[in-house]
Design a protein around this ligand. Structure first.
Ligand SMILES: Cc1cc2nc3c(=O)[nH]c(=O)nc-3n(C[C@H](O)[C@H](O)[C@H](O)COP(=O)(O)OP(=O)(O)OC[C@H]3O[C@@H](n4cnc5c(N)ncnc54)[C@H](O)[C@@H]3O)c2cc1C
Length: 367
């Protein structure tokens, strides 16, 4: 039976551990925290499942494959609400996304702004050119999704270690002095990859403030879809209990140490989220803030993920660089990684270790 050590129980590591266990591998998942811990990037409240990726067919199709795998996992993680894009001008990123989705056979509709009003209890549309609707997209419960994948892997015999790990050549050294070995070692350590492998994984780690509001029950998702506004960089969804209605901004915040994250968003970030909420959904002007947590992104220069073999250690691999959009792709990316580990496929060249040209083509923060 082939074996793997996966270090990091975020979405990338947990989805891979689950995939390999179900392929009858002997798998040990190592993390210093419990799966779904909000100190990881994959913990906390929610993540969007959208297929729009501008003109990029690779991620468009990966995200849509992810939909099947999230549905198969079930366990209440995927809220099938659809998502809409509030589009201010034709011919931009959303139009490219629409073309790529149509080419991939993914359902997508253009709505007149007035038509989109029926999707929300209150919606301002006078600054919109049209609304792009992805009816099969949705919202994922983030910490719950990681826990659900690990729970399924446990049912299949997953082993776990709760420990801080450091690389030891081809092996994994735990804080208590034990050294673990396996046929393959996957370092899926999110933002901390940059600390463990500073030369191979020069990730930029940024602070991302989130805002969750109290709203009346008619704002509940799934009847209210997820939503994104590329030009303003705001995105969110309706009321998802127990978290609230999310209004967040995808623009990169200042660089931070992921171990020194403040607990609460700045007043300025909360004010901006409140302003957008009141602007776009006028009935919610004055809604109160339920919570305002802080998370972090681990960004590669071009927002392509990182998945590559260590250049000096045949059995060692790096997986990460979620770049603010990795969560939804976890299970589908795990399928591809597993195929590489079985020797049946080559890693996607775009995920490799070569120097990358900075690009914003995959970012949904238009401003
Ligand atoms: C506010 C916010 C909104 C987002 N929105 C979306 C969205 O809408 N859609 C989407 O698809 N994505 C979204 N993302 C991005 C997505 O959440 C990330 O790309 C993804 O969660 C990254 O997962 P990961 O497994 O690489 O990292 P992580 O979840 O951080 O997991 C890494 C794990 O490694 C562990 N670890 C690290 N070092 C060690 C060590 N030395 N020893 C032991 N354990 C270690 C950590 O404890 C952690 O649990 C968002 C991110 C944020 C912050």
């Amino acid at each position: 039976m082939p074996s793997a050590l996966v270090v990091g129980a975020g979405i990338f590591g947990s989805a891979l551990a689950d995939r390999l266990v179900r392929d009858h591998w002997e798998v040990t998942l190592v993390d210093r925290y419990e799966p779904g811990d909000p100190r990881s990037e994959s913990g906390g409240e929610t993540r969007m499942l959208r297929y729009s990726h501008g003109a990029d067919s690779l991620y468009t199709e990966l995200a849509y494959r992810g939909r099947s795998l999230w549905r198969e996992l079930d366990r209440g993680v995927l809220i099938e609400a659809g998502v809409v894009w509030f589009v201010h001008r034709d011919g931009g990123w959303e139009a490219d996304s629409e073309d790529a989705m149509r080419a991939a056979g993914i359902p997508v509709e253009r709505l007149e702004p007035a038509e989109a009003e029926r999707l929300f209890p209150s919606l301002r549309v006078d600054d919109l050119d049209y609304v792009l609707f992805e009816p099969e997209a949705g919202v994922l419960r983030a910490g719950d999704g990681v826990r659900a994948l690990v729970a399924r892997a446990r049912e299949g015999g997953l082993r776990e270690e709760r420990a801080l790990a450091t690389p030891a050549g081809e092996a994994v050294s735990l804080a208590d002095g034990r050294v673990l070995e396996a046929d393959h070692v996957m370092w899926a350590c999110g933002a901390w990859l940059a600390r463990l492998f500073p030369v191979l994984a020069p990730l930029r780690v940024t602070r991302q403030d989130v805002c969750l509001f109290d709203t009346p029950p008619e704002w509940a998702t799934p009847s209210v879809p997820g939503w994104l506004d590329f030009d303003s960089s705001f995105y969110g969804h309706g009321l998802v209990e127990p978290h609230g209605m999310k209004v967040s901004n995808d623009a990169e915040g200042p660089e931070i140490d992921p171990d020194e994250r403040p607990e609460r968003a700045t007043d300025e970030r909360i004010r901006r989220s409140r302003d957008y909420l009141g602007h776009r959904f006028p009935a919610l002007a004055g809604a109160s803030v339920r919570s305002a947590p802080v998370c972090h992104y681990a960004l590669t220069p071009d927002a392509n993920f990182l998945f590559a073999r260590h250049p000096e250690h045949e059995r060692v691999w790096l997986l990460g660089g979620g770049s603010g959009h990795g969560y939804k792709h976890g299970p589908a990316l795990a399928e591809q990684v597993a195929a590489v580990l079985r020797g049946e496929a080559e890693p996607e060249p775009r995920f490799g270790l070569a120097a990358r040209e900075p690009s914003r083509a995959l970012r949904t923060a238009g401003s």
